[in-house]
Design a protein around this ligand. Structure first.
Ligand code: NAP
Length: 288
């Protein structure tokens, strides 16, 4: 039986669906009972648990051979790094107590760097904690999600595509559908010691300007890319309700990308490129 967290989100839903379609026994973990109803109807067992308090995690992992876990970001946290460490520790403690043999963690591009990467450092640190605790781990180091570009859609009616990233620097992206597929297949494989899968999607890296061009083509009108200055990151994100602590971490991550102070890929283990083109995700986001 496989445990899947985050099933109301992007990747967990794909993992659970794929496992169920493969005929596997699945237990999904939700925080709110009603979110389990649709999964129960599909044949999954449902557990209620919370990563921050750890409550319910032991029962959720009981009897499982493998689990898909993630460290969902809490955008209003005032102690983000510590909170993410607590989630990782709660997964470790409950998983070890349940005798879990294989853990698949949604990690991130650049997770190999100990610091200087904003929120990414928290999944890198979780990798260390979990690698030491379980006989088999698969860390899926995912590239930037094309789904993030929805955050640049607010000024489309003015013909503007804002970004804090350098407009002409291409980088890899990965569709969350491809992450879910890779993670489910890793679980079905049972694990083979400690592996890292670096994961991207589509034909290759794309720049923010490439993305704006695709969005413009989908809308039938050209867009102007406007790069916001780094000092506007924190006020902009806090203006949308993010805590200052989390906004500062995102500023650090954006600076790391823009100044190329961190290499995205470690080139260790596997590098996989999923079939979904980021353009397909943009079309879905825009309802085209
Ligand atoms: N965005 C990127 O470019 C990027 C790149 C690489 C890696 N990542 C990683 O991707 C992850 C997000 O994955 P995603 O997009 O699949 O998730 P998502 O769509 O943001 O959904 C988060 C899921 O986690 C659940 N959740 C939130 N807080 C929880 C808690 N305290 N206890 C238990 N469950 C909780 C949510 O359930 P509810 O319905 O209860 O809220 C939801 O199902 C992040 O951890 C980040 O590290 C992101």
């Amino acid at each position: 039986m496989y445990v899947v967290m985050g099933v109301s989100g992007n990747t967990g839903s794909v993992v659970a669906d794929r496992l169920l379609r493969a005929g596997a026994s699945v237990r999904v973990v939700v925080r709110d009972a009603p979110k389990g109803d649709a999964w129960r109807a599909k044949g999954a067992d449902v557990a209620i648990a919370d990563l921050v308090s750890g409550h319910g995690l032991g029962a959720a992992f009981e009897g499982a051979s493998g689990a898909y876990v993630l460290l969902p970001p809490n955008p209003v946290s005032t102690g983000f790094v510590a909170e993410q460490a607590t989630k990782a520790e709660n997964i470790r403690a409950a998983g070890v107590a349940a005798g879990l043999r294989h853990l698949v963690l949604l990690s991130s591009v650049a997770a190999q760097h100990a610091d200087g990467t904003g929120p990414i450092k928290t999944v890198g640190r979780a990798e260390g904690v979990l690698r030491a605790a379980f006989p088999n781990t698969t860390f899926v180091r995912a590239a930037y999600f094309p789904e993030n570009w929805a955050g640049s859609f607010g000024m489309l009616d003015q013909g503007v595509f804002p970004t804090f990233l350098r407009p002409d620097v291409p980088f890899d992206m990965v569709a969350t559908a491809d992450i879910g597929r890779v993670a489910a297949d890793a679980l079905l494989g049972g694990g083979a010691g400690h592996e890292v899968i670096e994961l991207a999607s589509g034909s290759g890296p794309l720049s923010p300007r490439d993305i704006a061009d695709h969005v413009g083509a989908l809308l039938g009108r050209p867009l102007t890319v406007v790069q916001g200055p780094e000092e506007a990151v924190v006020p902009t994100l806090t203006g949308y309700g993010m805590s200052g602590d989390v906004a500062e971490l995102y500023r650090e991550m954006i600076a790391a990308f823009n100044h190329a102070t961190t290499s995205p890929w470690e080139h260790t283990g596997w590098f996989v490129r999923g079939p979904t083109q980021p353009e397909q995700v943009l079309a879905r986001l825009l309802g085209r």
